[in-house]
Design a binder for this molecule. Structure first.
Ligand SMILES: [Zn+2]
Ligand SMILES: [Zn+2]
Length: 382
């Protein structure tokens, strides 16, 4: 890691990397956007595509090459020169030729061989990921009002599941989202799906059918983000409390620099000052803490998803390993029991079916003494 250098950049709205490859200096997202817009020509960020001839002419002019060189380059770099099958044959894109020389094909073959050796086909998760990308790239909205405006900023945001420090370097983002500068932090909060919000609190061994009525998200609505010394609290509902107060008071008593507060629903990204690459905090359900890292801030371009309604746009979701039922080892766990003489361990995880078959008679009467808590697996929403 390089040592921090005093900034030589006179314009504080152009972010610089404070530590190489780690995070940038702090900058104001709205001003960064204005900076871009003042330096670019509208045609640079317009969604209107130039026709090929104009593009070629501009490209040649900007790179200072002759029309002849450009023609040569175009034919050398053309996708047609990447063919590894006879010209008069339509290739089957699912079949990788036996001895590929193109690097992408070598990689693909490796993957395919690996898959077939493990006898797994492309699963629903991979299919879904491909689908997601195909559906959103360059997608335009049905109604013009839903068009993401030209020159809007797009932020790439990684959200991590809580992890212990030792394991953190191996942690992968749980989700990656694209959001626009006009989104609020409350919209980011709503886009973060965490099982802590879906846990059902309480012991339900006597009334297992009652369980799903109390979800912690409906009960405990308070949450905050912490960005650059400011706690952004969710205050949208009357039940919301300012849960950042405890930390602020604690910090005050220990001579930390003062922290301030704001509402997440009133804070849009364009109005914020952030560091790209810097870990910020999202805290909900009292102590469920996620790291939030903005990894990129840029202008939109024609190849982005241009339909406002599809944002926040989920671009990547990490698949979490699911905890299976201790009896059937097939279904995802839905119940945790303790003090349970039917269970092989204490606590023990059951799927709904096994749980009911083992613990209740045909009339639904509880058999024996045990405590049962509903359980929502992290991977239940893979
Ligand atoms: Zn959480
Ligand atoms: Zn089971």
């Amino acid at each position: 890691m390089a040592a921090s250098k005093p900034s030589t950049n006179p314009n504080i709205n152009i972010p610089e990397y404070e530590y190489a490859d780690v995070n940038t200096t702090i900058f104001h997202i709205g001003s960064f956007r204005s900076e871009w817009l003042s330096r670019l020509k509208p045609s640079n960020y317009s969604y209107q595509r130039e026709d090929e001839d104009t593009f070629d002419a501009n490209f040649a002019k900007e790179t200072g090459i002759s029309a002849e060189t450009l023609t040569d380059l175009k034919s050398i770099c053309s996708v047609d020169s990447l063919r590894c099958h006879p010209e008069d044959q339509e290739p089957d894109t699912d079949v990788v030729p036996p001895d590929p020389t193109l690097r992408t094909l070598v990689q693909r073959k490796k993957r395919q061989d690996h898959r077939s050796s493990r006898k797994v086909n492309k699963n629903r998760h991979d299919l879904y990921a491909d689908e997601l990308e195909r559906l959103t790239a360059g997608r335009e909205p049905e109604a013009v009002v839903d068009m993401v405006p030209e020159g809007e900023v797009i932020l790439t945001i990684n959200v991590y599941y809580p992890a212990t420090y030792d394991n953190f370097s191996y942690a992968r983002p749980h989700i990656t989202l694209l959001m626009t500068g006009s989104h609020s932090l409350a919209e980011l909060r709503d886009a973060i799906c965490c099982v802590s919000d879906l846990q059902v609190c309480g012991e339900f061994s006597n009334t297992p059918d009652m369980a799903p009525e109390f979800i912690s998200k409906d009960h405990y609505k308070s949450a905050f983000f912490f960005f650059e010394g400011v706690f952004y609290n969710d205050m949208r509902y009357p039940e919301c409390q300012d849960i950042s107060m405890t930390v602020i008071e604690w910090a005050k008593a220990r001579n930390f620099p003062p922290y301030s507060q704001a509402k997440m629903e009133d804070t849009r990204f364009v109005d914020m000052k952030v560091k790209v690459g810097f870990p910020y905090l999202y805290c909900h359900q009292g102590d469920c803490e996620h790291l939030v890292i903005i990894t990129d801030v840029r202008l939109t371009h024609a190849d982005d998803c241009l339909d406002k309604k599809l944002y926040p746009l989920l671009t990547n979701k990490y698949r979490v390993v699911t905890q299976k039922c201790a009896v059937c080892h097939v279904y995802i766990g839905r119940w945790v029991t303790t003090n349970d003489r039917f269970a092989p361990s204490d606590p023990c995880l059951f799927c709904d079916k096994c749980f009911r078959m083992l613990h209740y008679d045909a009339q639904g009467k509880k058999l024996g003494d045990f405590l049962a808590y509903p359980y929502v697996d992290r991977g239940a929403f893979n």
